[in-house]
Write a protein that binds this ligand. Structure first.
Ligand code: FMN
Length: 374
């Protein structure tokens, strides 16, 4: 009886209708790169990893997944541009569906956050600019490769990259995914185009705010036309400056994107909180920066970045978001919704195994509350 009362009183565990999808709660698995897809091919150990984090009516977003052979910047991240990739995703998607979950594939291009060793024929990575990233230890803790200065895409080449996102979305549908999340956040290719400290173009994809957002919106339009807007989400981080990708007027960027996205009628907008100033650590707290964007966007709103049980509940309760995506807490607590329900202690995440290649350790071996479950 105690549990029933507790469950009813937790906003995070109330149902929510997201378009055609009936979610039983609002605790979303955030996209989490785990670097265990050897040679860019999703592996069978991911079946257990994603299934562990599935509850009936839950929403999961996959780790960032490359749209083409120029999209990679990290070792062993998955792709969705070949038939082999599509086939390899199928058992993972099936396992999530078998437990009643809903799974979106996050489609991704790193742009200049790469090194020639990850590029076909050792060529330079592509971007909106030819400005290189500073050689540095990557802010998310991966430091194995220095960045290679990028090659600026010509205007004529841009439709080809847009098309790669469209084809990736089609492939995701073929693999059985319920939809795709366009990765427009965290300093990668789409974010590089949007942010005025990176984009120094003089064509129709640079200069004004409208022009800088055109690449993102071209992709949204192409993907929505391919698979239907009701299966498309986008992730944005207008307030962050990961990978030296910051904007001098993030609030204007956020509002412009929210209003423009409404024209395409896409399912959701997923935004990283302003307080996440660096990947993985809360270094500044501006708790309500997303509110104007949330008010402007007419679809489902997902907030992410440093949420715990209490502030997640509060954000839903106060109407500041519809859903909350959890990254590190979900990584380390496969039964996170259950733990929130009973207000249980949480497993601590082990940063040292975030990006290691072991198929079990730090991946599928975090314990459940009831350790006999899997
Ligand atoms: C190990 C790890 C991998 C991540 N990989 C991705 C990714 O593939 N795509 C993405 O959009 N964000 C990625 N992020 C960011 C998370 O989705 C999330 O926004 C961030 O961890 C903040 O949320 P949290 O405080 O709940 O962890 C990653 C974060 C971590 C810790």
């Amino acid at each position: 009886m105690e549990n029933v009362v507790t469950k009813q009183s937790i906003p995070l565990l109330t149902p929510y209708k997201m378009g055609r999808f009936n979610l039983s709660h609002r605790v979303v698995l955030a996209p989490l790169t785990r670097q265990r897809s050897y040679g860019n091919v999703p592996q069978l150990h991911a079946v257990l990893y994603y299934a562990q984090r599935t509850t009936p009516g839950s929403l999961l977003i996959t780790e960032a997944t490359g749209v083409s052979d120029t999209a990679q910047g990290y070792q062993d991240t998955p792709g969705i541009w070949t038939k082999e990739h599509v086939e390899a995703w199928k058992p993972i998607v099936e396992a999530v569906h078998a437990k009643g979950g809903i799974i979106f594939c996050q489609i991704w291009h790193v742009g200049r956050v790469s090194n020639k060793s990850f590029q076909p024929n050792g060529q330079a990575p592509i971007s909106c600019t030819d400005k290189p990233l500073m050689p540095q230890i990557r802010s998310n803790g991966i430091d194995e490769a220095m960045f290679t200065p990028p090659r600026r895409l010509s205007t004529e080449e841009i439709p080809t990259i847009v098309n790669h996102f469209r084809l990736a979305a089609r492939n995701a549908m073929e693999a059985g995914f319920d939809g795709v999340e366009i990765h427009g956040a965290n300093g990668y290719l789409i974010d590089q185009f949007m942010k005025d400290t990176v984009n120094d173009r003089t064509d129709e994809y640079g200069g004004s705010l409208q022009n800088r957002c055109k690449f993102a919106l071209d992709i949204v339009e192409a993907v929505a036309n391919e698979i239907g807007p009701d299966r498309v989400g986008i992730r944005l981080s207008p307030f962050a400056d990961y990978m030296e990708s910051g904007d001098t007027n993030p609030q204007a960027l956020a509002l412009h994107m929210a209003e423009s996205l409404n024209k395409y009628g896409i399912l959701y907008c997923h935004v990283v909180e302003a307080r996440m100033k660096t990947m993985g650590e809360i270094t500044e707290c501006h708790p309500h920066t997303l509110t104007p964007m949330r008010k402007a966007f007419s679809g489902t709103f997902i907030a992410a970045g440093g949420f715990k049980r209490e502030d997640g509940n509060e954000a839903v309760d106060k109407g500041r978001t519809d859903l909350v995506a959890y990254g590190r807490l979900f990584l380390a607590n496969p039964d996170l919704p259950k733990r929130f329900e009973v207000d249980a202690e949480l497993n601590k995440y082990d940063r040292s195994t975030f990006y290691t290649s072991d198929p079990v350790v730090g991946y599928t071996d975090y314990p459940f509350l009831d350790s006999t479950a899997s």
